[in-house]
Ligand binder design. Structure first.
Ligand SMILES: CC(C)(COP(=O)(O)OP(=O)(O)OC[C@H]1O[C@@H](n2cnc3c(N)ncnc32)[C@H](O)[C@@H]1OP(=O)(O)O)[C@@H](O)C(=O)NCCC(=O)NCCS
Length: 265
């Protein structure tokens, strides 16, 4: 339980409904990523996203927005899907399951509206996000995008290229249904692992040690880019007691796919 929190069970997760609530999302985005204004997703895109079938789902402490998830509809090889562009939880509220609750609310809404797939990108150097995405939500990753957004003004990026893995969340897959609806973790026969040291956060934040983070990024980029064309996917993630992370790559035994996804190279 956070010291500043009245209780995480009092947090309501629901759709944002007004311009004021979208404005609060923009403000929280600024607080969480600390982007320059030019990199911020503006209010108008939240309005558009909601009107064209996307999702703006908030976590509210009373009237105060403490987290949100934002997605827009996409299309590939004739299929509609949702691309979740942002997930944010205010610092004081983190690690109490709100990120997961926001994603589950996205899933409920998506399934209700007939979607099978939600995708988003995440930084493969972020150990926490990899754990949340692969282990707690059951997403998989089998595409790697080099310097996806170009340069970023967010300090979270630590001045590194914006390399991203594409998370695919197949909402009705055995893997996701078993995990989320029945609490059964998938069995993974790992053929390869890719390691991320716990020090990565400190290295990214330090001007003198950033080169070490850049070396890990470069090494791991090569490993992912070599592994994915051979049919491997990131299916699992392990953390050790020291906080080091490790992607587990294996072959996914399900056939969900909307084509090659050639737009990410
Ligand atoms: C990513 C984010 C939304 C997650 O929100 P959250 O409410 O903290 O997430 P949850 O509490 O649901 O889950 C976090 C999980 O990571 C784990 N975790 C926390 N710190 C960790 C760390 N340093 N290393 C590995 N795992 C960690 C938590 O234990 C929890 O896992 P568990 O449920 O198995 O215990 C939040 O950290 C955030 O806003 N980050 C900045 C923005 C960002 O990176 N967004 C995502 C990319 S778009």
């Amino acid at each position: 339980m956070t010291p500043t929190a009245p209780g995480v069970e009092q947090i309501t997760v629901r759709k944002c409904e007004s311009i004021e609530e979208f404005r609060a999302c923009v403000a929280l985005q600024k607080e969480v990523w600390n982007f320059d204004d030019v990199d911020l997703v503006p209010l108008r895109l939240f309005v558009v996203g909601q009107k064209i079938g996307g999702q703006i789902i908030g976590a509210f402490d009373g009237k105060e927005l403490v987290g949100f998830a934002f997605s827009v509809p996409g299309a590939r090889t004739g299929h509609s899907y949702l691309h979740s562009h942002m997930l944010a939880v205010r610092g004081a509220w983190r690690n109490h399951g709100l990120g997961r609750r926001l994603k589950l609310a996205q899933r409920d809404d998506a399934v209700r509206r007939g979607f099978e797939l939600m995708e988003w990108t995440f930084d493969p150097l972020e150990i926490k996000n990899a754990h949340l995405n692969l282990v707690r939500l059951g997403a998989i990753a089998r595409r790697y995008s080099v310097n996806h957004y170009g340069d970023s003004s967010s300090p979270l990026q630590g001045g590194l290229p914006t390399d991203r893995l594409v998370a695919e969340w197949w909402l009705k897959s055995k893997r996701v249904v078993n995990l989320i609806d029945c609490g059964e973790a998938p069995r993974i026969d790992a053929e390869k692992s890719i390691a991320v040291p716990a020090e990565i956060y400190a290295w990214k934040a330090s001007a003198t040690e950033r080169h070490k983070a850049a070396e890990v990024q470069k090494r791991n980029r090569q490993e992912f880019l070599q592994a994915f064309p051979h049919g491997l996917a990131a299916l699992g993630y392990e953390r050790d007691a020291a906080g080091n992370g490790k992607f587990l790559l294996g072959r996914w035994d399900e056939t969900w796919s909307y084509g090659p996804g050639t737009e990410e190279k």
